[in-house]
Design a binder for this molecule. Structure first.
Ligand SMILES: CC(C)(COP(=O)([O-])OP(=O)(O)OC[C@H]1O[C@@H](n2cnc3c(N)ncnc32)[C@H](O)[C@@H]1OP(=O)(O)O)[C@@H](O)C(=O)NCCC(=O)NCCSC(=O)/C=C/C[N+](C)(C)C
Length: 220
């Protein structure tokens, strides 16, 4: 479901669960991997990547159907997951090998940078068409990472952005062809990894302070 490997100073966390949908077991497994990243001292960076045609499709709607009474708990868990990514002591890069939908799109935004594959997949926040809203923390994350016009369009229209459109809108930093998306993300991460970890950690904590406070606040 989750595979964590180290490539020099760069950790590579691979989501390997079909559409990489979010449910408690998946999120727990990501959390265990992040524990290991946090424990490692010295220079470093983290790249996350999915498998096949999905980076992540967000909330597992089948799981939700069977666990409606756990929805609030789920929202807290996902908010906490995004907060963990934002408070890691290392820079982070999401390698979008395919679709990044809803919770999976927000996971990409919970990284410092994203590289998106040009020939496959969309970045999309479809909540408006699913009858769902965002938690205040998720709204804060989206609005902190995107310009206001892009955040408004993405959240209120549910537009599906191709890689070229996502780069033009500033949603992703880079795009790469086919199987170059992971190498491009690794190259970016390797260029960030040697920087002073204490300084990077402090910059990240300050940069994301407002978003972190919102993610740790109420979910409704
Ligand atoms: C357009 C998508 C992304 C890709 O389409 P495709 O045709 O390339 O892929 P396909 O439809 O073959 O997908 C494979 C099967 O997996 C099912 N699927 C995919 N994602 C999910 C999911 N998240 N939960 C349950 N099932 C899922 C899909 O229906 C296919 O099943 P069948 O083979 O037809 O039986 C397309 O996959 C798509 O639209 N997926 C849904 C993505 C989605 O809506 N995700 C949002 C989940 S809600 C969420 O995360 C909200 C978060 C906010 N908050 C926490 C505040 C509630």
């Amino acid at each position: 479901m989750i595979d964590l490997k180290r490539d020099g100073d760069v950790f590579v966390l691979r989501f390997d669960a079909g559409e990489n949908r979010f449910h408690p077991d998946f999120i727990d497994a990501v959390g265990v991997a992040l524990d290991e990243v946090e424990r490692t001292e010295g220079p470093g960076a983290l790249v996350t990547v999915g498998t096949g045609k999905f980076y992540s499709n967000g909330l597992d709607l089948e799981w939700l159907g069977a666990n409606r009474d756990r929805f609030e708990e789920y929202l807290r868990t996902v908010n906490a997951l995004y907060a963990r990514f934002l408070s890691l002591p290392v820079p982070t890069v999401a390698a979008l090998n395919g679709h990044a939908f809803a919770g999976g799109a927000m996971l990409a935004l919970a990284h410092d940078f994203a590289v998106m594959r040009t020939d496959r997949g969309y970045f999309c926040l479809p909540e408006v068409d699913l009858g769902m809203s965002f938690t205040p923390g998720m709204s804060a994350l989206i609005q902190a990472r995107l310009t206001a016009p892009v955040a408004h369009e993405a959240m209120l229209t549910g537009r599906r952005y191709t890689a070229a459109e996502a780069q033009a809108a500033g949603i992703v930093a880079r795009t790469a062809a086919e199987d170059q998306v992971l190498p491009a993300a690794l190259e970016l991460a390797a260029s960030l990894a040697p920087k002073d970890g204490k300084v990077v950690g402090k910059i990240r904590t300050d940069m994301y302070a407002g978003t972190l406070a919102a993610l740790r606040g109420p979910v409704f």
